[in-house]
Ligand binder design. Structure first.
Ligand SMILES: Cc1cc2nc3c(=O)[nH]c(=O)nc-3n(C[C@H](O)[C@H](O)[C@H](O)COP(=O)(O)O)c2cc1C
Length: 124
């Protein structure tokens, strides 16, 4: 099983309704593909963890990478894992806004892999 983590910048023309559309189609597809994970947003950026069968996660990430609803898609980590962190969620969504937490309010496309791991620990 593959776990893939990436960050990106949210396109300016995407509002909360646009994000809801992404989530509902994601939940639909991910359920059929046995993909689980979490999508976080801090208003400026997305942070997503995808976990599931290798080939399905890779194909999905190629589609997501080309999606015009975000930009600067940056692959943070891709690793073989023995189990899921988000087994209950075909795609959990969290909008995070703790302004005094520097990790939460930062530009996620500039985070290191270790900082991304810390964010995952905060939401898992
Ligand atoms: C930030 C972001 C996260 C996304 N996450 C998923 C996802 O987890 N699962 C999914 O099926 N589509 C997701 N999408 C949507 C895909 O990019 C794509 O629109 C969708 O897979 C449908 O592609 P298709 O029309 O080529 O079949 C996401 C899009 C964005 C912008």
């Amino acid at each position: 099983m593959l776990r893939l983590i990436y960050t990106s910048k949210i396109s300016r023309d995407i509002d909360s309704k646009g994000v809801q559309e992404i989530i509902s189609s994601a939940r639909n597809y991910n359920k059929r593909a046995a993909v689980t994970g979490v999508l976080l947003s801090n208003f400026d950026c997305f942070f997503q963890v995808l976990e599931g069968p290798d080939i399905l996660v890779k194909l999905l990430f190629e589609k997501i990478r080309r999606d015009p609803r975000h930009s600067e898609v940056k692959l943070v980590a891709e690793s073989q894992v023995g189990g899921r962190l988000f087994s209950q969620w075909n795609m959990s969504y969290l909008m995070v806004s703790e302004k005094n937490d520097s990790l939460i309010s930062s530009d996620w496309t500039k985070l290191s892999a270790n900082e991304c791991e810390t964010i995952i620990e905060m939401v898992v």
